[in-house]
Design a protein around this ligand. Structure first.
Ligand code: LLP
Length: 425
């Protein structure tokens, strides 16, 4: 059973396919390391959210930090999505991909004045503000532009999302958001600032969340605030519940968007807030299982304590295992029954000069040099976190739909890497 995507399957001859295309063949055609994404899987993932929100005023803002390739953004823009951005660079990408600024929410704890100005000029839908000093600076920048900045405060609800500490964001000890206890006074402060216009409230509690209960707790805390704010005469148009829904990497069983949203919407209705627009910021759950990363086996290095399967993709190409000790599925692109008899337990490692450079540990695989492996569920936080460490050009990216494959990002060449550098001559 392949975890994650119904668009990934193995045929009777043991060849792994994404949609109608053979991954081994794509690896030969485009080289490795290679990211391959299914366009249909992305569309299906958005459709699941849209079904779960049918009949409600809503906006799904794809958190593009998960995967910011222009073709990916374009796919979501065409599906009607907005975008959750965290930098001016991300805003430029949205516009280059054909997305519209009026569906953009701008998150992040460290927006610069220049980024605020850029976002005001583009006409973003909302700034998710994360501190009192940020409110004051945004007010100043908006005044200088002669406009009022639309603002929602990101509230830190102090709930435990029960995920990896590096990807928890809604606890008191995190740098994100405005403490729940300070939210009322901060909203009052925002209301006094002439160049701000309050439009909503926002929270995001973490990532790769596989349970509904942390969302329910966060929602209740947010609704408490909305009720208190409205009692003081402030009006809150939209509720932004953030992103964070997890995916299946190996054996996780996260709720579907429907299973997540049905109880949340029921709670919103029960507390009398049905009229509010719902904004969501999903990233991983829209793209994670739509993508794989292909890599070729270079050498096998059996050893007494550990055996290593050395591949041509490293931590610079896919950082999640090294950074979060994340477990991601790894399978052969082509299996064959003869070879299966010689299966062995390998640590799948890259060529980067770091002991932390691994993609998978203790994996049972029947492989030989020259074989291609697919790292599964690599569509989110794969390419978007890739680096050039060890002077390695970043991988190419391909998007498939049905039996069509298109190169959506060329492989970086080494001269690309030092193009901006100068010698001391
Ligand atoms: N909204 C905000 C304000 C966020 O900070 C994030 C993710 C999202 C939405 C989207 O969350 P998602 O639906 O993708 O869980 N690099 C890590 C994940 C970092 C997530 C950061 N914030 C990883 O590879 O697991």
């Amino acid at each position: 059973m392949l975890p994650g995507s119904p668009f990934l399957h193995r045929d009777a001859a043991g060849s792994l396919h994404l949609e109608a295309l053979e991954l081994n063949e794509l690896a030969s055609r485009f080289g490795t390391p290679l990211y391959v994404y299914s366009r249909s899987a992305m569309q299906a993932a958005v459709a699941a959210y849209q079904r779960a929100l049918a009949g409600r005023q809503h906006l799904i803002c794809y958190a593009m930090k998960a995967n910011a390739n222009l073709a990916v953004l374009q796919t979501f823009a065409q599906a009607g999505c907005g975008f959750d951005i965290v930098s001016g660079g991300e805003l430029a990408r949205v516009l280059a991909a054909g997305g519209s600024a009026d569906k953009v929410v701008f998150s992040g704890v460290g927006k610069t004045r220049a980024e605020m100005a850029q976002a005001l000029e583009a006409g973003v839908r909302c700034f998710n503000v994360e501190s009192i000093p940020e409110l004051a600076v945004l007010d100043e920048v908006a005044r200088a532009h002669g406009v009022r900045a639309p603002v929602s405060l990101r509230v830190n609800p102090d709930v435990d999302p029960k995920t990896h500490p590096y990807i928890s964001t809604g606890l008191k000890g995190n740098k994100f958001g405005i403490a729940h206890s300070e939210a009322l006074v901060t909203y009052q402060r925002a209301a006094e600032l002439q160049s701000l216009h309050i439009t909503g409230i926002d929270c995001h509690i973490g990532s790769q969340i596989t349970e509904v209960s942390p969302y329910q707790d966060a929602l209740d805390r947010v609704l408490d605030l909305v009720e208190a704010l409205e009692a003081q005469g402030l009006s809150i148009h939209h509720l932004d519940l953030g992103g964070g829904l997890g995916i299946t990497y190996t054996d996780e069983t996260p709720p579907t968007p429907e299973q997540l949203l049905a109880p949340l919407l029921a709670r919103i209705d029960a507390r009398g807030h049905s009229q509010r627009e719902i904004v969501l910021e999903p990233g991983r759950s829209l793209v994670g299982n739509a993508g794989v990363m292909l890599t070729e086996v270079l050498f096998l290095k059996p050893g007494e304590q550990k055996s290593f399967c050395i591949v041509d993709a490293g931590m610079n190409d896919l950082m999640r295992p090294a950074m979060y000790e994340a477990t991601m599925g790894i399978v052969a692109c082509q299996t064959n029954t003869e070879k299966a008899k010689t299966a062995h337990t390998w640590d799948v490692v890259g060529p980067v000069c770091e002991s932390g450079d691994w993609l998978g540990r203790d994996r049972d695989l029947a492989v030989a040099p020259g074989d291609r492996l697919a790292v599964l569920s690599a569509g989110a936080y794969g390419m978007s976190m890739a680096s050039n460490y060890n002077a390695r050009g970043r991988a190419a990216e391909v998007m498939v739909e049905g039996d069509q494959a298109r190169l959506i990002r060329e492989r970086e060449s080494v001269s690309d890497l030092y193009r901006l550098e100068k010698r001391w001559d």
